[in-house]
Design a protein around this ligand. Structure first.
Ligand code: HEM
Length: 423
């Protein structure tokens, strides 16, 4: 693919998914895809991009055809790690950890169903309701840390630590180790939507093993001495009478770490930017706080923190009129489906009264629907309420365009400097 200029009205071949400009703003590319090639085979990659709402949701409803078991990929179609296959040096590092296993995101029914039932319990409405006072207290504590100064870098000082601390608390990680926890989260996310060089891959492998060893110890602690937390729920959980093995538990914990952090951070950042770019919406939400959940849904829809995820075709199949051969890597572009005018009227517009806003696919759909969706919604709702309670006349501290992380799967602001007055 050619390196692209991000312009509306181009054709899919004008764009490159790995082009930093496209990662920053993929929407003109999505529009070209939906218009011209809704099932698009990326030249040279053997990878298919699925961009229309109906096709994405059809695929999500057919896990037997669009499998999450990446071991089914045709040799040569590399998943997640678009980078070269692991060298002996990397494999040696990985051998010092625990073997990779398939539980949730990389698994299919019926095996997936059993793990899913367990993890759903750990995220039950009871657990999320129990967490709400702590989320509220933490949001205010973080605001206390910057409110006097009249200025904040919202991503680093608020949107990162809020979900990070909540999930770290649930998993029994002390606050003093949050920086290490964040490093594991960052390095786990990096290979999912990026091309990494050898040194970066080494870094990912070292962090993965460090993470595994740390949590293997925590798991042993909980086995010896149960606590009232999510990690104990997982350690106690039984599949057909058997408790989970350490590698199974590690896989689940890693998914919570990745799925539960980056995503909610990005949602808080993009929700705030939407308010700043739409003063009418800011005024409306301030005047009527019952609109906060609508803001959260529109931020999810317009700026999906997970822009797309992968599937492998388990058989030759036809989708959106195109044939996709067995074993192909497909990217279901949630961020594009959410902006499909055939599914949402005037889809690119922020509309706090939109009746079908919750139909977005930012949490996926069906089998793998985000297990942490109610926690993420609660965190974002509480975050916006706290920010609006404590800060007024919020404005961007710079006129520079906002910058985004360089990753085509996880999309979000790298920073957001704000100025404000105290309420
Ligand atoms: C705004 C925040 C969030 C977004 C946008 C998000 C997005 C998603 C998406 C799109 C999926 C579906 C994956 C697929 O289609 O294969 C998913 C699954 C998942 N999410 Fe979330 N997520 C968020 C927050 C959370 C939180 C807070 C947690 C837990 C701490 C979490 C844990 C998970 C897990 C464990 C899965 C795997 C479920 C399965 O495979 O059955 N997520 N998430």
């Amino acid at each position: 693919m050619a390196t692209s200029e991000v312009v509306a009205g181009g054709s899919p071949a004008d764009f490159n998914l790995f082009d930093p400009a496209v990662m920053e703003c993929p929407f003109p590319f999505y529009e070209a895809l939906r218009g011209e090639a809704p099932v698009y085979e990326v030249p040279g990659f053997g990878m298919y991009l699925i961009s229309r709402f109906d096709d994405v949701t059809d695929a999500l409803r057919s896990p037997e055809v669009f499998s999450s078991d990446f071991t089914r990929a045709r040799p040569g179609s590399v998943v997640g790690l678009f980078s070269p296959p692991p060298t002996e040096e990397i494999q040696e590092i990985l051998r010092e950890g625990y073997p990779a296993t398939k539980t949730l995101l990389t698994n299919d029914p019926p095996s997936h169903t059993r793990y899913r039932a367990l993890v759903s319990k750990a995220f039950s409405p009871r657990r999320v309701a129990q967490m709400e006072p702590a989320i509220h207290a933490l949001a205010h504590e973080l605001i206390d840390g910057f409110v006097e100064g009249g200025r904040v870098e919202l991503v680093r000082q608020f949107a990162v630590p809020l979900p990070l601390t909540i999930i770290a608390d649930a998993l029994g990680v002390p606050r003093s180790e949050l920086d290490t926890f964040k490093r594991w989260s960052d390095t786990a996310v990096a290979p999912l939507g990026n091309l990494l060089d050898h040194n970066q891959q080494l870094e990912v492998a070292r962090n993965y093993v460090e993470f595994q060893r740390y949590f293997a110890e925590k798991i042993e602690d909980r086995r010896r001495e149960p606590a009232d937390d999510m990690l104990t729920d997982l350690v106690d959980a039984r599949v057909e009478g058997e408790t989970l093995s350490t590698p199974e538990l590690l896989d689940i914990v890693q998914q919570m770490l990745v799925a539960g952090n980056e995503t909610t951070t990005k949602l808080i950042g993009s929700g705030m930017l939407l308010l700043l770019e739409h003063p009418d919406a800011m005024a409306a939400v301030r005047a009527n706080r019952t609109l906060v959940p609508a803001l959260v849904e529109e931020a999810l829809r317009l700026e999906a923190p997970v822009q797309g995820l992968f599937r492998i075709t388990a058989t030759d199949t036809v989708l959106g009129g195109a044939t996709i051969p067995e074993g192909s890597l497909c990217v279901l572009l949630y961020g594009s489906a959410n902006r499909d005018d055939d599914a949402f009227s005037d889809a690119a517009a922020l509309d706090l009264q939109r009746e079908n806003a919750r139909n977005h696919v930012s949490f996926g759909l069906g089998t793998h629907y985000c297990v942490g969706a109610s926690l993420a919604r609660a965190e974002a709702r509480i975050a916006f309420d706290a920010l609006l309670d404590r800060l007024v006349e919020i404005r961007r501290a710079t006129t520079e365009p906002p910058t985004y992380e360089r990753n085509f799967v996880f999309r979000g602001l790298s920073e957001l400097w704000l100025e404000f007055e105290r309420a």
